[in-house]
Ligand binder design. Structure first.
Ligand code: NAP
Length: 433
């Protein structure tokens, strides 16, 4: 038997397991620090995008095959070291994603009320790390920094009415806080222009159908319409949405302003404990290679909450080569060191959709099978079980997870698919621990 440990049970982890599971002499352990599987599908994909979350059924199919096992609530680096894991398994694959926010790096970025999208998204999606975030939602102004799909998710969630969350699995603490929210003006800051956005058409189009919120674009920011012809079709559709928002401003109680050519340069605060009260923004222009350049002209936006949605990075692991500039493991097509691999965002950085991880998983499985054509006599899962038992650690199995899942489904209200547990203790209590 060839033994493979995959660290991380998100899309990259399960697509890798799916590709390996087809090989009869391979046994796969998918290890996660949380007692619940699916990574970004559970805690990243927006709660009102249930059709995207449905891909977890496919991962469940993989998890239920004989040669794949879920080992939940085991933290690699704390409960078991990477060195121990690489001694036990023929191959270790880091599918740990990119759960940390890239730093904003401007004056005032550490003020209360300035948070990263990993924290905010984790909060409304029930990630146990962010259950106590309590983002300040009382002031009317919010600044969302970045022009990617995460900025759209964040703005949409802030703008929706309680009724618009029907059928979603937004967690109770977020549902209740958002229902009381005083937010009325959301500014999405892009340091470049409408032709440089990283927003996909479906997600952008959703902003045009919100009950109480209307997106606004300054027509002066749009390039001549004839320039759209040089865009690839998806981008052209996105820009068409922006043109629609500019041409048809609709009066609604909540506004979502797209501030293009707008670079945040400082965050000021005279709120409690220096909490943010305004963001200083510098107008930009684009230079010949389409990079933004400050013009020196600034303006201020009043805000009690700032959410930076400027991309993510993979946390380094001691002893594992790391590429600091790109925030991911140093790797050659997924190979880090002999027997150690990475896949998904941990390999390529935080780009692409859920589906992008499928070919990534297939490729890394091929590399592993090529590098390790035969068993090398590693003990694999039996050795891990012995090690965990010797440390008094009882992993959460896939069967346990299904009990947690059933309890979440039972707790659901108003047509929601589930009411998630947001604390590890609650998850464990559901399986009698
Ligand atoms: P992203 O697509 O890389 O967008 C990051 C944005 O932040 C860019 O507009 C970038 O501008 C801007 N930015 C970076 N550094 C900045 C700085 N220092 N100051 C101001 N702006 C800065 O990242 P993301 O939105 O986090 O999304 C990550 C991935 O997940 C993407 O592939 C995305 O499509 C995917 N995703 C998909 C969905 C969906 O399909 N529904 C939902 C969420 C996320 P520049 O271009 O100027 O660098």
């Amino acid at each position: 038997m060839r033994h493979v440990a995959i660290v991380g049970s998100g899309p990259a982890g399960y697509y890798t397991a799916e590709a390996l599971q087809k090989v009869p002499d391979v046994a796969v352990d998918v290890i996660d620090r949380l007692p619940v599987p699916y990574g970004l599908i559970r805690t990243g994909v927006a709660p009102d995008h249930q059709s995207i979350k449905a891909v977890s059924r496919r991962y469940e199919g993989v998890a239920l095959t004989d040669n794949v096992r879920f080992v939940g609530h085991v933290s690699i680096g704390t409960d078991v070291s990477i060195e121990e894991l690489t001694r036990l398994y023929d191959a270790v694959v880091l599918a740990t994603g990119a759960p940390h926010d890239r730093a904003l790096g401007i004056e005032g970025a550490d003020r209360p009320g300035v948070i990263g999208s990993a924290a905010f998204v984790g909060w409304y999606n029930g990630h146990p790390d962010f259950a106590d975030l309590a983002p300040p939602l009382d002031a009317p102004g919010v600044v969302v920094i970045g022009n990617g799909n995460v900025a759209l998710d964040v703005a949409r969630i802030l703008a929706k009415t309680p009724e618009e969350f029907a059928g979603s699995d937004i967690v109770a603490h977020a549902r209740e806080a958002l229902a009381q929210s005083g937010v009325r003006h959301i500014h999405i800051l892009g340091r470049r222009g409408p032709h440089q956005i990283a927003m996909t058409p479906k997600e952008l189009g959703e902003l045009g159908h919100l009950e109480r919120a209307s997106p606004r674009v300054d027509p002066a920011d749009l390039p001549p319409e004839s320039d759209d012809a040089m865009l690839e079709p998806g981008m052209r559709k996105s820009v068409t949405h922006l043109r629609g928002f500019a041409a048809n401003p609709v009066a609604k109680p909540l506004t979502i302003d797209f501030d293009f050519f707008a670079m945040p340069v400082a965050i000021e605060g005279d709120g409690k404990d220096g909490a943010v009260t305004r963001v200083i923004v510098e107008k930009t222009t684009l230079d010949a290679d389409l990079r933004s350049r400050g013009t020196g002209e600034t303006y201020a936006i009043d805000a009690g909450l700032v959410i930076s949605c400027i991309g993510y990075q993979t946390p380094p692991i001691a002893g594992v080569p790391y590429e600091h500039g790109r925030g991911r493991f140093a790797n050659d097509e997924g190979r880090i060191l002999p027997g150690l691999y990475c896949v998904g965002w941990a390999r390529r950085g935080p780009t692409g959709t859920i589906g992008t991880n499928k070919p990534d998983g297939v490729r890394i499985a091929e590399l592993i099978l090529e590098d390790i054509p035969h068993s090398r006599g590693r003990v694999g899962r039996a050795g891990l079980d012995r090690l965990l038992a010797s440390r008094g650690i009882a992993p959460v199995t896939f069967r346990d997870w299904r009990r947690i899942e059933a309890a979440e489904a039972r707790a659901a209200i108003n047509g929601a698919p589930r009411e998630k547990f947001v604390r590890i203790e609650e998850m464990l209590a559901a399986i009698g621990r």
